[in-house]
Design a protein around this ligand. Sequence first.
Ligand code: GDD
Ligand code: MG
Length: 360
Amino acid sequence: MTEAILLVGGRGTRLRPLTVRTPKPMVRAAGVPFLTHQLARAKAAGVEHIVLATSYLAEVFEPYFGDGAALGLHIEYVTEEEPLGTGGALRNVASRLHSGPEEPVLVFNGDILTGLDIRALVRTHTETGADVSLHLTRVNDPRAYGLVPTDGTGRVLAFLEKPQTPEEIVTDQINAGAYVFRRSVLDTIPAGRPVSVERETFPGLLANGAHLQGMVDSAYWLDLGTPAAFVRGSADLVLGRAPSPAVPGRCGDRLVLPTATVAAGAELSGGTVVGEGAFVADGARIVGSAILPGAVIEPGAVVTDSLVGTRARVGTRSVLTDTVVGDGAVVGADNELRSGARVWCDVRIPAGSVRFSSDT
Ligand code: GDD
Ligand code: MG
């Protein structure tokens, strides 16, 4: 096992229009661009060659990761002119693979934070002789995912992407976005047009009698598709709940990156990360939040479960809960923001402008 494809394209980057001008895979989680965690985990599992399949803003990846040598990897980049969908993207990069037709190739959705035992998935694949093996996880509400019922031996019975009716909700096992493909299967995906691996390739393979094998586990798993989930993921990386060799420091209640300044009277907890050059003033309290590089948290501000963008500022005594502050935005003193509020990049909210609690 030496190769993997990482899917980081498409249109579904729900974080993109708000805080950060770079796409989500490059937003910092626990101090480094999120993608670094996936790359480092793949490397730790023995992967050497990674093809990044992307369709937008590809130019942000290459300057950062280069040829991958810093991570001990060989990384290649392929950009689609138009998004080809998950399956089309795989077919589009298949010619870059070195694996022979029978060899296993790993595929990862680029927006998942997981503690998956990658080697165990490959072992399952090899031992069962499957055409494709899928990592499955259990969730309370499977409607936003691909449902994957299996038989007693783990063999996949159906693949139901984003079920619409209650009758379709036949299991709580969902596609966790990590696969092992027999390389020759990738070569059978039609070229030159959009293909959804979830809606077309997997159902088609099943209809033709192919062997799809599921591996259910209870490892850490989080889809980072919403800003709130992204903040949660960053905190879980810092806390060590989500395992990653790329966390730049010791895991614990907080992670303060070199060149950040945290005043002695500031309190950081719950997996908070403070990025390079950021400043947290006296009396500020930050819980479970990501403070990106160069941001400033003024005295007495209380920031909980929130993301504060690069060079953004949170004013004195302001209280932020479940909020995203865009890069360069300024939240003046004595504001209160909560419940999914998103402050656009470079916007300035004057002091004392917004509150939720009563005026008394
Ligand atoms: N290169 C490329 N081109 N990548 C794409 C494209 C494309 O056209 N479309 C999507 N991707 C990438 C996304 O960047 C993401 O990393 C991955 O493929 C999955 O696409 P999403 O758009 O995030 O899909 P989803 O979250 O609605 O559903 C998928 O993930 C779930 C788990 O989080 C499906 O695979 C579900 O079955 C699964 O349960
Ligand atoms: Mg997704």
